[in-house]
Design a binder for this molecule. Structure first.
Ligand code: COA
Length: 319
């Protein structure tokens, strides 16, 4: 199966798109500004979808349709999963609006969406004819949303850091005990700089610390990711993990760091990943060791004019 991005002549897919939105003038409202992805198998068109960028990290699935003879084979779910990966780097939430119909609502719920809000009488006011689905007259538009994670584990979702995260990061980066390796808690200005640096790195190398969000509560409980680490003029893929004190001892660092280690090998093409850890930091060393990392050397970091010895843990892809 092959996904294709369609940038020209999108109207050739209209027959399929009309399954998802039956009035052409309504499709015209988003088709040009939307990004279209289609799914082919052996030259046969199986499905199509259009997603728009709504700004502020929000994208909207405007249309999704699977060819009638291919419905119920898991293709709709696969296409949504592909779209979430595509948009996860740019946006933090995907919205979708649909009629309150048994033909679509269960599908979106099965694909990880949950109800967000309703726009009253949208169908009766915007469409030029009544729309029935499964014998039900569609009236309100029901909006569903789904977080877009860059990476996820059973309990954690990872997304890019953003300016508004400052308050949530204060109990983590501002806490001297958590920031043991730096030997002080960060000020708001330093936390803002941390967020800015991470955002610069997303643009330049494509990775950095990400917000670790507890999926169940939506709470930001830590920072994890792969960082460009420089040692003696050489840049390495470095594994970073910081968990808020309140969440220590619950296996979050291990769960998240294991996923990021795999991500570095599978998605970033790393052959080797390092972790820079202070020798006295036994909790962090334990995580690295349980991940199969071993000490390969040591080096001194200079921070605020202080000498800070660090052990260099390493894991190679073939280990
Ligand atoms: C809605 C649509 C995109 C779903 O695609 P699909 O490939 O048939 O769906 P999948 O096979 O991937 O189904 C994924 C899950 O949703 C469930 N599901 C799909 N349609 C369902 C329905 N009508 N009722 C209950 N569950 C449904 C499936 O059972 C599956 O559940 P599982 O987690 O238990 O396996 C497809 O039916 C379609 O193209 N319909 C016409 C266009 C349309 O209505 N688009 C939506 C506009 S809002």
């Amino acid at each position: 199966m092959e996904y294709r991005k369609i940038t020209e002549n999108k109207k050739q897919y209209l027959p399929l798109l009309l399954l998802g939105d039956e009035q052409e003038s309504m499709v015209d409202r988003y088709l040009e500004r939307g990004e279209m992805t289609v799914l082919y198998e052996g030259g046969e068109l199986l499905a199509a979808a259009v997603v728009t960028d709504e700004g502020d990290g929000v994208c909207e699935l405007k249309n999704i349709a699977v060819a009638p003879h291919s419905q119920g084979r898991g293709l709709g779910r696969r296409l949504i999963s592909e779209l979430c990966t595509q948009w996860g780097a740019r946006c933090h939430v995907m919205m979708v609006g649909t009629g309150d119909s048994p033909a679509t609502v269960p599908f979106y719920r099965r694909c990880g969406f949950s109800e967000s809000h309703r726009v009253k009488d949208f169908f009766t006011e915007h469409y030029d004819h009544p729309i029935y689905e499964c014998g039900v007259l569609l009236t309100d538009m029901v909006y569903f949303s789904r977080p877009l994670w860059v990476l996820e584990t059973p309990r954690l979702g990872f997304r890019r850091l953003r300016t508004e995260d400052l308050a949530a990061l204060r109990p983590i980066l501002g806490d001297e005990q958590t920031m043991y390796a730096w030997e002080y808690g960060f000020t708001d200005t330093q936390i803002a700089e941390w967020i800015e640096r991470a955002n610069r790195r997303y643009q330049t190398c494509g990775y950095s610390h990400h917000a670790a969000v507890q999926k169940e509560s939506g709470e930001l409980i830590g920072l994890m990711g792969i960082l460009p680490e420089e040692i003696d003029g050489e840049t390495y893929f470095g594994l970073g993990y910081i968990v808020a004190r309140r969440f220590w001892g619950q296996g979050y660092a291990m769960e998240g760091a294991a996923a990021w280690l795999r991500y570095a090998f599978d998605n970033l093409g790393a052959q080797q990943v390092i972790a820079d850890i202070r020798p006295e930091n036994s909790a962090s060393r334990r995580v690295a060791e349980r991940l199969g990392m071993t000490v390969a050397g040591e080096h001194i970091k200079y921070h605020n004019g202080k000498e800070m010895p660090h052990l260099i843990y390493i894991k190679n892809e073939e280990d």
